[in-house]
Write a protein that binds this ligand. Sequence first.
Ligand code: 26Q
Length: 825
Amino acid sequence: AVPAIAHPTPGDSFGVAANIVYHSQFSSRFSPFKFEVEQAFYATAASVKDALVQRWNETYKHFHEEDPKQVYYLSMEFLQGRALTNAIGNLGLSDAYAAALTKLGHDLENVREQEKDAALGNGGLGRLASCFLDSMATLDLPAWGYGLRYKYGLFKQIISSKGQEEYAEDWLEKSSPWEIVRHDVTYPVRFFGEVQVDSDGRRKWIGGEVMQALAYDIPIPGYNTKNTISLRIWEARVPAEDFDLYAFNAGKHEEAVQLQLKADQICSVLYPGDSTEDGKLLRLKQQYMLCSASLQDIFSRFKERRGAISWDEFPNKVAVQLNDTHPTLAIPELMRILMDDEGLGWDQAWNITSSTIAYTNHTVLPEALEKWSQVVMAKLLPRHMEIIAEIDKRFQVLVARTRPELESKLEALQVLDNSNPEKKLVRMAHLCVVSAHSVNGVAELHSEILKKELFSDFYSLWPEKFNNKTNGVTPRRWLRFCSPELSAIITKWLRTDKWVTNLDLLSGLREFAENKQLQEEWNAAKLANKVRFADYLLKVVGVEVNPQTLFDIQIKRIHEYKRQLLNILSVIYRYKTIKEMSPEERANTVPRTVMFGGKAFATYAQAKRIVKLVTDVGAVVNNDPNVSPHLKVVFIPNYNVTVAELAIPASELSQHISTAGMEASGTSNMKFALNGSLIIGTLDGANIEIREEIGEDNFFLFGARADDVPRLRKEREQGKFVPDPRFEEVKDFIRSKAFGDFDYEPLLEALEGDTGYGRGDYFLVGQDFPGYLDAQDKVDETYKNRAKWMKMSILSTAGSGKFSSDRTISQYANEIWQVGQCRVP
Ligand code: 26Q
């Protein structure tokens, strides 16, 4: 056996420094004789990676020997953010690395700033996947994450006078220090081609284009455990033997590199625009690349461990979780492998597939439910289309046989949507619900809506499939590492740091919520975080904010249903009110800094108008000498995981104000509450459960209930809605060009009855406006009472135990996956 190599230990900052120096020479990606902060980062990361690789190797060796059931989390998105702080924190080496870098003339604070934010995702769903990996590693679960290695992650957002602009973000520009390429892990992935039938009737998919998927592993360390799991991301390649050297030498250069170009496109960008047919095809290729490569990898591991294979053992060794419908092709792909490659019959393959696969739904918005053209699917994946059609056919037979009363609804329930013969579609969510053994929503209300509305008839067929798994967030990244100040106070008062892996212990803070000493320490930590964030805003964004003001933050993707518009309209009302006040009255207001951050999808025009409105309002308010001491409005550009780690600990009030019934869960609400930020919010998604946990007195509630929304929309349509005069006043103010002459009419129109843009204030901004203003008044009144505010803030943190992703993942493991712990000794 190869002897083990010793790696830095917590007490040994000399050893760590030596290791960094070693890497600065031998793992360097830069010219020699330079050891500036950038080189220091790469050398540090390389040193940390050594320790991770060693643990990774031990972990998978252990999994191999123990051979437990393993879980595979398939996701088109992982929003990892930066890794350095988290890695050294989880390894327990933060102090050692800080001291080592000091010896080398650097400062860990500056060094970590060098890391690019890995944004292989859009928002909540992608960040959830990353929190889940952290929890799976920490809980010692035998698990893998599978994704794609996009060259360009989520775009970089720049705010100009025109509003949001998008630029490619090359996170691999100087290569990632964390990934390990696995040249021995490659699989062929086929596209197009045709289905051939053997003499014995077995079907076989042949021909077409064959690409190669190459594996890259990103190590995911657990906290306080040796277990280090893997996020395996696939890159599309063309094997050398497929390069047409003859064509190239014959001068047909472009022809010869065509296939390579096609491969490069597959992993070029996250969410290629799908307004064109080519764009749609590319997105489907991406989805299939993820599913095909991951399943081949899963099969090779399964076969490696069992000499004589009993296929019925497969679901006892493999659990596959689909993160929304984006990896749905895993279903027909698993069927295809079992039947065509392994020779199983339909029923056996179906039982195995169904017992293996579980599906999580993350949205009920109709426009976000994936539907693929049957024509495109049949062209790119002919055998899969056959299998999907067969699943659909058997589903129809099942309904006819067991539930004849559903026959009138059958068309709407089918996997295939043939209602428009010109545009036949595959409903991916229906394929998942019909095929998977588990269908879960991501918060209690959301899971109820799935059962009662979106999938109600499926629920009546298979009630046992449906379950709820309320989302969670990792307390390591979202409290321990992003707010070391607050963490130290919590540890001191709880007299243990075990809350980091057992978040329910935070409830122990309740008994001290009114303790003056704790309140003072708490306030000081929050203030330090506010100062740090203010420094960032000044340095990076160039705006000056006063840390003595109330920090009010709404950061999330820009979407009409999330109602950033409601927020900015109320800010405009506040501006008008302050402007009309006497100086004495002004002195009596609570000064606020209202901050927004988030990206609008590049082609989502209304969302981009909202961004523009926020920045225009900021320009006017912040330059009004009478108002700006009392109110500032800031748009934080290029919101990402790294910005969130600075903003959330600094927040005192955060906004989670979606139209009830529309936000499946939300996860930033959990991060804010965990960091002692009070929430102003609606009864939507996980807000409901957060309010339950922290107590209704500690939550600024307003707005329509989900149950009332359909009726309110109807009344709105019938012209029964009487708007609050303050709502009219604010819209008129915008129309008066108070914030410039940009054309806001489409935004304002959408708030009226049914219009060209409109769904007639579909998101009920006008309906909820007065209640929202009242709740905001309550915020101001409460903030004036510092002791009361501090108590509420402490109780928010104290009540956040439930929202650890460790709790969520334990529930998935016990209730869906039937996967147990497998801890490296
Ligand atoms: C759909 C069709 C075609 C192309 C793309 C899509 C698509 C892409 C991404 C649909 C949805 C998404 C992302 C959804 C998402 O991020 N949902 C969020 O998931 C979080 C984690 O569960 C929840 O907390 C949020 O409430 C939910 O909005």
